[in-house]
Design a binder for this molecule. Structure first.
Ligand SMILES: [Zn+2]
Length: 446
């Protein structure tokens, strides 16, 4: 791969251990890795002008359901609470197949890339009509995004007292067999890996206790990470107390679902003891502020989590509960929401940006190589043009979250440029939008 020199950045926010910030700075990239950071660097490689730009580590998204980009703003789901919202959408999702999975993933990944994201996880927990995790991995490879897909699952359908229709659930032995298949086929543990697979039953209320336990055992055996939804809202807590006789934190701990290889989405209703448990066990949290607002779930205690030492990353969550997938906008919402709960000094723009970059990388087990602009780290870099109207008049790079822009100028993943001058390099966006629109219309018409 040829060398790249990002030149003359107005400011580089490194998010390294000293939170270094450099003015008039260059970054030299060699073989997908950051080789040098400083002023006046020289290179025979490609030059990328960053004058008038703020440069940050690529943003990291720790929770998404990419397939849901085909069901944004569905009328009957717009104002429903979580469980009612799910019951509206399940029958629509049941009509998906491999093409819907691939195209919706492309759309979600394209949207993330344009908002500065270089590494994303995905939580896919339904596989109707021959759809497979493979469909989303193909999409990530096409876009060029570093990808942590998780093989999700639901096994308790309506006839067993669960929420999803029976047509969307799978038998537990088949789930475990496919988890083994996708890990063996796609998981790459090597440094700089572009695909790491995780295991992710949808939530404690959509699979059995046995499947939660067996998945944890399998993940440890295969040395892959575990992910699920936890403590999302008051209904979720009430369900846990009624069905399991304990709070979600206790349930997770009993079944092997705490540890540095586990991250839970939402955690809006974690109490003090559960926050201590997560901090002690190095369990990560995917904070999804827009989704929490959209579904009225509440404000996650992110300030308390961070103060206790819990690893926190950001997630846009599925597009059916956001309904946007703009990660830098998500970081702004995270900052604002902590201020609503705890006052204007509760979270700075820089801290929210830190959560969106190195915080997310740490949650996904990539803290040693992603999420910072640092010599030897992977060249996952976002270049933001702050010379436009959104940030005109700003005095400080914090304007990136306090003002704008909300789209990147350039984006590099593993040293490969996937956004150039605000446009995607790897795919034709108008063609994708047309395909996605056509599929959404077909689903709406039934
Ligand atoms: Zn979710």
């Amino acid at each position: 791969m040829p060398e790249i020199l990002i030149q003359n950045a107005r400011t580089v926010l490194t998010m390294d251990d000293r939170r270094g910030e450099f003015a008039d700075c260059d970054i030299r990239i060699v073989d997908g890795v950051i080789a040098e950071i400083g002023s006046g660097l020289r290179s025979d490689g490609e030059l990328v002008q960053a004058a008038g730009c703020v440069v940050t580590p690529g943003l990291v998204n720790t929770h998404h359901h990419l397939y849901q980009t085909l069901t944004r703003a569905v009328p009957a789901g717009q104002d429903a609470l979580l469980f009612g919202w799910l019951q509206t959408l399940y029958p629509i999702w049941a009509r998906f197949g491999p093409e819907e999975m691939r195209v919706s993933a492309l759309a979600g990944l394209a949207e993330l890339a344009l908002s500065g994201c270089t590494l994303t996880s995905d939580h896919l927990y339904l596989f109707p009509n021959g759809a497979r995790l493979d469909d989303t991995i193909a999409a990530a490879q096409e876009i060029g995004m570093r990808f942590h897909p998780t093989r999700g699952a639901m096994s308790i359908g309506e006839s067993l007292g669960g929420l999803p229709p029976d047509s969307l659930v799978e038998a537990e032995p088949n789930i475990l067999a496919d988890m083994v298949r996708v890990v063996d086929a796609f998981h790459d543990p090597s440094p700089g890996s572009m695909v790491r697979v995780g295991l992710a039953p949808c939530s404690p209320f959509s699979v059995s206790r046995e499947l939660m336990r067996d998945t944890a055992i399998l993940a440890r055996d295969k040395k892959v990470m575990l992910h699920t939804h936890l403590a999302e809202n008051v209904e979720d807590i009430a369900y846990s107390e009624e069905k399991f006789g304990c709070r979600p934190g206790q349930y997770a701990e009993d079944l092997g679902w705490t540890g540095p290889d586990v991250w839970h989405a939402h955690c809006v209703k974690l109490d003090g003891k559960e926050i201590d448990l997560f901090a002690r066990s190095h369990t990560g949290v995917a904070h999804c502020p827009c989704s929490n607002c959209r579904l009225g779930s509440g404000i996650a205690p992110v300030r308390a989590m961070r103060d206790a030492g819990v690893k926190v990353g950001l997630g846009v969550d599925g597009s059916a509960s956001n309904d946007s997938g703009n990660l830098v906008a998500e970081a702004r919402t995270a900052m604002l929401l902590q201020r609503v709960a705890n006052g204007a000094d509760a979270m700075s723009a820089r801290e929210a940006l830190e959560i969106a970059t190195r915080g997310g990388a740490e949650v996904l087990g990539r803290g040693g190589e992603c999420g910072q602009i640092r010599k030897g780290y992977r060249a996952d870099i976002a270049v933001w043009d702050v010379s436009g109207i959104e940030s005109a008049g700003s005095w400080d790079p914090a304007a990136l979250l306090l003002a704008g822009p909300t789209r990147v100028k350039d984006l590099f993943v593993e040293g490969r440029q996937i956004v150039r001058d605000g446009g995607l390099v790897t795919i034709d966006l108008p063609t994708l939008v047309e395909k996605q629109t056509r599929l959404a219309r077909a689903l709406a018409e039934g």
